[in-house]
Write a protein that binds this ligand. Structure first.
Ligand code: FUB
Length: 456
């Protein structure tokens, strides 16, 4: 909750300026990229169950001496998240923990990329981890199943991992005829049919042929669209993982390497891991990056962006964005640092480098600097006021526009120099409605920082 200590009303020719002095930050709405903002998350498997999207990610934590391997992946449990609009996400809490899986090493800290699938009203959660009994299973990862009546759990883990499977990154695909397939990786990518009980293999294990032989490949995710089976996977073609795909006409393969879905990270996050869903007629790519931990790429955060197909079924390359997807309600705090586009005179930075989960701010360095934030829903009721949280080195003015940097002007807000975060606003605002692309353009002043903007 905000803690408003003082409200100052300043008259300026033609503009009523309201300045609210704040000392406590309000909580950020969960939206845009990364879209989970309360913990590190990676390897997102998204699934549509009913009218909601559920995301089953890995849960990265930071290893400490005696707790995991310092400098490496460290995961002790899984959470599940869901959303009905891809903007507001609910954390349903912990669903499976290494200490509650009968066969798992309770101090393995290796609960890597999971998946979850629905069959006949039951939800089957698949996860890799290190077994406690290395004499029985060797030192490889096993893949376990936990079952629930609800996509958000509680999930009951099976007593043993799936027999005949050693590896990581389980992925389940159920074909139109009801046959379920399990894919996983361990150097190669493997597939086997599953029995109807979803807990045992029903076929020999097939090593999927014709995939790249040089460079690690892992994280398979299979889906079908218009009779084409897509095997998608992260692969190190150059230095770090990029997302690639191969297509075929049978879930068991063979598949033909067809293209790249997402290029390798320009900032060097070594892994990427993804899933692809269609939700309300739009396709989405879920993937990860190390947004909250730019100096350590084993503490990652999940993202999503829209994905499109060409007429021949090939996938258009996805350019990662901070804006992500989904509509943002104009009456919520709009994090413009998750911009759609930004001018070279503007940039973003953490609000607090000691606690990156506090999020980011947008810095407008000099006049002309602008930021664009797409798909803001102003609704049908008239807006009466705009407010935003800012810090400024100089007096100045900022314009709030829709459509473009020279598009319809909603408001011009006077900025006063301040050495602490303030909420500034104006009720001199033009009418607008519906879904618009929002622009903030610094007209006068310099070194203006904005945390968020909201309309009322
Ligand atoms: O999250 C641990 C591992 O990193 C996953 O299992 C891989 O796919 C890679 O993302």
């Amino acid at each position: 909750m905000k803690n408003l200590h003082k409200i100052i009303a300043v008259k300026h020719p033609g503009v009523l300026l309201l300045i609210f002095l704040v000392t406590v930050l309000s909580k950020h709405a969960f939206s845009q990229n990364p879209f989970i903002r309360n913990q590190f998350t990676a390897d997102p498997t998204a699934r549509v169950f009913g009218d909601r999207v559920y995301v089953y990610p890995s849960h990265d934590i930071l290893a400490q001496p005696g707790k995991g391997r310092v400098g490496w992946f460290c995961m002790e449990d899984y959470h599940v998240f869901s959303s009905a609009n891809l903007t507001d996400w609910t954390d349903h809490g912990m669903i499976v923990s290494q200490t509650k899986v009968p066969w798992a090493n309770p101090t393995g800290y290796s609960m890597w990329a999971p998946d979850c699938i629905e069959r006949n009203g039951k939800y089957y959660f698949y996860f890799p981890t290190l077994p406690k009994d290395t004499t029985l299973y060797g030192r490889s990862f096993g893949i376990g199943v936990a079952v629930s009546d609800n996509p958000a759990g509680p999930f009951i883990p099976e007593p043993e991992p799936i027999k005949g499977v050693k590896g990581i990154d389980p992925n389940i695909f159920i074909d139109k005829d009801g046959q379920a397939y399990l894919y996983w990786s361990q150097g190669n990518i493997y597939v086997a049919k599953l029995k109807d009980n979803m807990k045992e293999l029903a076929s020999e294990v097939v090593t999927i042929p014709n995939l790249p032989t040089k460079g690690l490949k892992e994280g398979p995710f299979v889906f079908e669209r218009n009779g084409i089976y897509y095997l998608t996977y992260p692969h190190v073609e150059n230095k770090t993982e990029r997302l690639e795909y191969a297509i075929g006409d049978n879930p068991m393969g063979p598949f033909k390497v067809t293209g790249v879905i997402m290029d390798e990270s320009p900032t060097g996050c070594w892994t990427n891991h993804h899933s692809i869903i269609q939700y309300k007629k739009q396709w989405y790519l879920f993937y990860h990056h190390n947004d909250y931990s730019p100096k350590f790429d084993k503490a990652r955060s999940v993202r999503l962006d829209s994905l499109s197909f060409n007429a021949d079924g090939t996938i258009q390359k996805v350019i990662p964005t901070l804006r992500g997807a989904g509509v943002t309600n104009a009456r919520t705090e709009i994090q413009i640092d998750r911009y759609s586009k930004i001018d070279e005179r503007a940039s973003i930075a953490f609000l607090d480098t000691a606690d990156t989960f506090k999020g980011w701010k947008t810095q407008f360095r000099e006049p002309g600097a602008w930021v664009q934030y797409n798909t803001v829903d102003f609704g049908s009721q008239p807006i009466k006021k705009v407010i935003f949280k800012m810090l400024a080195e100089q007096d100045g003015t900022i314009e709030i526009r829709t459509g473009s940097t020279t598009g319809p002007l909603l408001s011009t807000v006077i900025i006063r120099k301040t050495n602490q975060w303030m909420i500034v606003g104006s009720d001199d605002i033009k009418k607008t409605s519906g879904v618009q692309n929002l622009f903030m353009v610094l007209k006068e002043g310099k070194a203006l920082e904005i945390d968020w903007i909201r309309f009322e």
